[in-house]
Design a protein around this ligand. Structure first.
Ligand code: ADP
Ligand code: ZN
Length: 612
């Protein structure tokens, strides 16, 4: 039952937490366990041999001289021999292993003893299963192998041997294939960036002229406004490689990793210059440096490395670093100094014309009915980003296919817009008659109150079909793109928001939780009016937006009480106004609510009929 003309559906980019993939973690643990087990095993073996089986070389010579040796077995390539001493008992128990310094010398020595002194020593070659031998050798080397594997893995994860930054283009295909023509709207921004393309194409001309070319350009704008697209287009137009990386990829588990990635990224870029480096979500690394510990410190190292790299290459190196963020206020000021990201370009959400152009561009490979008017769709989608508009057409194509239409129709597109704005219609949600009645009056209240307010746009559709979380909705026409909103408009917006609850109370003498979102939005508006826009007479045109409530103290003790009081007054007034409008038009309220209960949905034309 909430206002649904608010199309600011922030496409929250799912911030991938850059943790190690599970398999790497498992492998790491297995490696470490392997090393521990095998080294324990080796130590055990060694101890065993030492304790009972091993004989010192000098001791052996003595045994030989005393003629106490029965048999000597050797294996080729090994300095370890098996000696059987004379005596009672099992042969196994009389066997010892001896490590001889030089096998050759030892054989000669024994041979001489046998020949000259007539000692009886059975000198034999031990035959050993070659497979067993290899296994034995491998096993004895196991800890070493595992240790090497571990080190290699750590290095890989440090990104030293790994891939840093995706490169589009490169040797074979030197561009991204994206051109400025693929970026609709944004004419001013493209105009500003065209000189970068020119510089990348013929840097010498600029440098000879003594021109200083920007190293870093920051693109501000919410997700989906085409920042990546325009960065790719610059590379594509200039025909240079496009190396991209996301800020969140720099934030990793191991300390120093982010910094090393930054270093590698720039090393790579220097090899490929002229080229473009694109760092998406730069706020992930470039947020204000703090002196805290842990992840913050890691962040600082990465940011510092980025600053070092930006300062490190000079403008003859024809590397241009483009970075994107939707939270410019978060960025460390050091990033914005001259020689770093000293140029900032805002990429706004498209205006009416821009939206039409983007729709037309993305419509190219789709089939539409001949009566499609992209201008009208653009009119209905104020606030949509390029990505959302592309999504609308894609949704429309899906809906058209599902409805077995030959081509995409106007209604398919309208449905797609609705779907993206408020989520799918949930026809099958079971609603009690009582709930339906409440919703009908609530939505009728919003619509009728708006009708009597000068600044509120016309109602486009009223419905009591649940959508997403809302039990019903009132959709408004969006007729113009506005940069500024007047105080009257804000006040009336609050009245329209209160219309839902006022209708519930008037018609059914009951209020419900259905108005919770309306109340939340209205309270937010009131708060902003007082603390951000300075629209209150009693508080004056001052900004009371503070990070820390203690900062408010500079305005005097009572200021928080005053803000609270004023918010209450604004909301109360809005509610009273809404109630007044509705009580003067109870007949219309009943009629609209009744029609809603019958038809579930009312269009503009049908709604206007009630006022004739
Ligand atoms: P950002 O980097 O600002 O989050 P992207 O550049 O990734 O946004 O945009 C996502 C997609 O949205 C693009 O691949 C493109 O299909 C579409 N898009 C966004 N802006 C435009 C535009 N101005 N013209 C054409 N398509 C756009
Ligand atoms: Zn509502």
């Amino acid at each position: 039952m909430d206002e649904t003309n608010n199309k600011e559906q922030e496409n929250k980019k799912n911030k991938k937490k850059n943790k190690l993939p599970l398999w790497q973690v498992i492998l790491l643990i297995l490696l470490i366990i392997g090393i521990i087990i095998s080294s324990f095993y080796m130590a055990y073996e060694y101890k065993n041999q030492n304790d009972e089986k091993e004989l010192a070389y000098t001791q052996l010579i003595e045994n030989i001289n005393k003629n106490e040796v029965e048999k000597i077995e050797m294996t080729t390539g090994s300095n370890s021999i098996t000696v059987t001493l004379k005596g009672e008992g099992e042969e196994k128990e009389r066997q010892k292993t001896v490590l001889v310094p030089s096998l050759q010398a030892f054989i000669e020595l024994v041979q001489e003893k046998v020949d000259k002194e007539g000692l009886e020593i059975d000198l034999s070659q031990k035959s050993i299963n070659p497979a067993l031998r290899i296994a034995d050798t491998v096993f004895s080397m196991l800890p070493t192998i595992l240790l090497i594997a571990l080190i290699v893995m750590m290095f890989k994860m440090q990104g030293l041997g790994g891939d840093n930054g995706k490169v589009y283009g490169g040797e074979e295909n030197k561009s991204t294939n994206v051109k400025f023509d693929d970026v609709a709207g944004l004419d001013e921004e493209k105009g500003e960036l065209i000189e970068i393309v020119d510089f990348l194409k013929k840097p010498k001309a600029y440098l000879d002229m003594g021109a200083k070319i920007p190293k870093g350009i920051l693109l501000y704008g919410k997700p989906g406004t085409g920042k990546t697209l325009i960065a790719k287009a610059i590379a594509g137009e200039a025909g240079v490689p496009f190396i991209s990386m996301s800020g969140s990829e720099f934030i990793e588990m191991f300390a120093g990793l982010g910094a090393s990635r930054v270093r590698k990224l720039f090393e790579k870029a220097k090899k490929m210059a002229p080229c473009i480096i694109f760092i998406d979500e730069i706020d992930a690394i470039g947020s204000r440096r703090t002196s805290s510990s842990g992840a913050e410190t890691e962040n600082n190292q990465t940011l510092n490395q980025l600053l070092v790299e930006m300062d490190g290459f000079d403008s003859t190196e024809t590397i241009i670093v483009l970075a994107a963020t939707n939270r410019p206020e978060m960025l460390d000021k050091a990033l914005l100094r001259p020689g770093r990201f000293d140029r900032q370009i805002t990429i706004p959400a498209p205006d009416l014309n821009g939206r039409e152009e983007i729709l037309k561009l993305h419509a190219k490979n789709k089939k539409f009915e001949s009566d499609i008017k992209f201008k009208d769709i653009a009119g209905d989608t104020a606030g949509f980003t390029g990505a959302e508009l592309a999504n609308v057409l894609n949704e429309a194509a899906i809906i058209a296919t599902r409805n077995k239409h030959k081509k995409i129709s106007n209604t398919d597109i309208e449905d797609a817009v609705k779907k993206i704005t408020v989520g799918l219609e949930k026809h099958n949600r079971v609603i009690s008659d009582k709930d339906k009645k409440l919703t009908a009056y609530h939505e009728a209240g919003h619509a009728i109150v708006s009708k009597f307010l000068e600044t509120q746009t016309d109602v486009k559709e009223v419905s009591i079909i649940p959508r997403g979380l809302a039990g019903g909705y009132t959709m408004y026409k969006t007729n113009e793109d506005k940069y500024y909103v007047s105080k009257t408009e804000l006040l009336e917006k609050m009245v329209a928001l209160m219309g839902g609850r006022a209708a519930e109370k008037l018609a059914l003498n009951e209020i419900s939780t259905g108005a919770s979102n309306d109340i939340e939005v209205a309270t937010g508006i009131a708060k902003d009016m007082l603390t951000v826009y300075g629209m209150s007479d009693s508080l004056g045109p001052i900004s009371l937006k503070v990070n820390d409530p203690y900062e408010l103290q500079i305005f005097g003790e009572g200021v928080t009480d005053e803000v609270g009081n004023q918010i209450r007054i604004l909301i109360d007034n809005a509610y009273v106004t809404a109630q007044k409008i509705l009580s003067e038009h109870m007949d219309i309220l009943d009629a609209v609510a009744q029609t809603l209960l019958e038809k579930e949905k009312i269009t503009t034309e049908e709604f206007e009929e009630f006022f004739k």
